[in-house]
Design a protein around this ligand. Structure first.
Ligand code: DC
Length: 221
């Protein structure tokens, strides 16, 4: 099986680009952030705190997670319920970032991610895919952009959705999540030594997609 890892900070456009790339290559796309988001939601639903390790660990034995693919779209099933929509709620982002710093959560999700990669030609995005989950991936990409550009993109996206938010607030949120994700002790956000680093600050989506597709075609042939 051929595996492609795409890592990078929040808002770099990984998932939008990854979906298009996977479609073009005929690979399945696995969004691993959705797994951390689902655990975050499970903790919040219990009325517990996502930044309290004991709280989070106490919920893990009850968490049953699986992924389903409907027309190529990933759905996350948490204890029998499709939570794909709830994990996109704003509170799920910081909840995911909090739970993802807990080693027990990371090891809980490890086998599931590795198994998908063993069984499928897949493109997986996250923070530690190239460094921890798929260290032998045929291609590793680290997709980044400046915090200001990422906040600006998010700002425009929210205006289009009809749910605008203050730009400075978005910028602060992005910087806080970058800090949390990059400074945790286990599997912090960082490029793998052999990753191709793509800074998309000055690139549009099509340029990012075509660059990664051409890199992928070199390793697939
Ligand atoms: O990609 P995302 O925004 O859906 O990810 C949500 C959080 O989950 C992110 O802040 C960090 C964490 N995460 C992680 O630690 N490792 C991954 N492979 C994917 C996400």
């Amino acid at each position: 099986m051929i595996n492609i890892a795409i890592d990078g900070p929040a808002g770099a456009g990984k998932s939008t680009a990854a979906k298009m790339i996977a479609k073009e290559l005929g690979f399945i796309y696995i969004d691993t952030g959705a797994l951390y988001r689902s655990i975050g939601i499970a903790v919040l639903r219990k009325g517990l705190k996502t930044d309290n390790a004991q709280d989070v660990i106490s919920v893990l034995p009850e968490v049953q997670l699986s992924l389903k693919f409907v027309d190529g779209e990933q759905r996350v099933i948490l204890c029998g319920e499709d939570v794909s929509r709830d994990i996109r709620l704003p509170e799920a982002s910081m909840a995911a970032s909090n739970v993802s710093a807990i080693p027990e959560v990371r090891s809980f999700l490890l086998d599931m991610q590795k198994k998908f990669a063993r069984e499928n030609n897949c493109l997986m995005d996250g923070r530690d895919i190239g460094t921890v989950i798929l260290p032998d991936a045929e291609l590793k990409i680290f997709l980044t952009a400046s915090a200001e550009v990422r906040a600006e993109r998010r700002y425009k996206e929210l205006i289009e959705k009809g749910t605008p938010k203050d730009y400075n607030e978005l910028l602060e949120e992005i910087k806080l999540r970058d800090y949390n994700d990059s400074n945790r002790a286990v599997a912090p956000l960082k490029p793998a030594d052999d990753a191709v680093i793509i800074d998309s600050s000055e690139m549009n989506l099509e340029e990012v997609v075509s660059k990664i597709v051409s890199l992928a075609k070199e390793v697939i042939k």
